[in-house]
Write a protein that binds this ligand. Structure first.
Ligand code: B12
Length: 208
């Protein structure tokens, strides 16, 4: 089995203890960090499909997520930039009712590496908390909201509308698997990106 296939298998079977070493071995063999990340994201798709099909349940999704996070920890130094410049502060969080954070964490990493200072509010963030965080932190230029469930898309809308009502000039970027560019525009967000790499690029575009 190739190292990358092994990494995928370790994510799908949720082997958090073994994955760090395996990711490191893949890197040592010359596999690119971005290819390893892509393979792990693919694996989370496989996990989601198995969940939809009723072959696995929430605990298995959770251990797969833990394994993915451990793998990302090893890749982080290769994927993130040096953060030496600052375009301002970005507040990020997953909206109320939603506990998914892997995608949000990857987006946070790429926005940070695009030159922003980052304040991560975590998951299940009430709309007003985004506004409070803008007021509590210095030089906030962007708020990024993540939503992974169709049932939390209304919470995404509430977050954007609460931010815009309190802070009309603040730029807001949204994303997450069920979010489309059309939905982002409809709820009044300034930007949308489908993945972490393009989130970094879009974030920069929005504030320049
Ligand atoms: C892992 C996982 C979990 C874990 C989460 C652990 C964690 N720490 O994150 C746990 C077990 C907690 C979980 C719980 C649930 N989950 Co879940 N979960 C997943 C799974 C398998 C992977 C998600 C993931 O990490 N993907 C990998 C990352 C890298 O991708 P991503 O999140 O999409 O992020 C990328 C983009 O969307 C984008 N992006 C994300 N955020 C943002 C933000 C901005 C600003 C931008 C620009 C871009 C952006 O960039 C990211 C990086 O490239 C998905 C299946 C799937 N295919 O996604 C289901 C999935 C999302 N879950 C689902 C469900 C149903 C649930 C539960 C309701 C199950 C239950 N019955 O309890 C609960 C809900 C709990 C809650 N209240 O949130 C469904 C959602 C269906 C739907 N359409 O609403 C999915 C799709 C599974 C399925 N096929 O049915 N889950």
């Amino acid at each position: 089995m190739t190292k990358i296939a092994e990494v995928k298998m370790l994510v799908e079977t949720g082997k958090a203890k073994k994955i760090g070493a395996c990711v490191q071995e893949a890197l040592d063999e010359g596999v690119k960090a971005s290819d390893i990340l892509e393979a792990m994201i693919d694996s989370m798709g496989v996990v989601g499909d198995k969940f939809s099909a009723g072959d696995i349940f929430v605990p298995e999704m959770l251990i797969a997520a833990k394994a993915m996070s451990k793998g990302v920890e090893v890749l982080k130094p290769m994927l993130a930039g040096d953060g030496s410049t600052s375009l301002g502060t970005c507040i990020i969080g997953t909206v109320a009712g939603d506990l998914h954070d892997i995608g949000k964490n990857l987006v946070a990493m790429m926005i940070e590496s695009s030159g922003f200072d980052l304040v991560d509010l975590g998951v299940d963030v009430p709309a007003q908390r985004f506004v409070d965080a803008v007021n509590e932190n210095k030089n906030v230029v962007l708020v990024a909201c993540s939503g992974l469930l169709t049932t939390t898309m209304p919470a995404l809308k509430e977050a954007v509308q609460t931010i815009k009502a309190a802070l009309p000039e603040m730029k807001v970027i949204v994303g997450g698997a069920p979010v489309t560019p059309e939905y982002a525009a409809e709820i009044g967000a300034d930007g949308y990106a489908p993945d972490a790499g393009s989130a970094g690029v879009k974030a920069k575009e929005l504030v320049s």
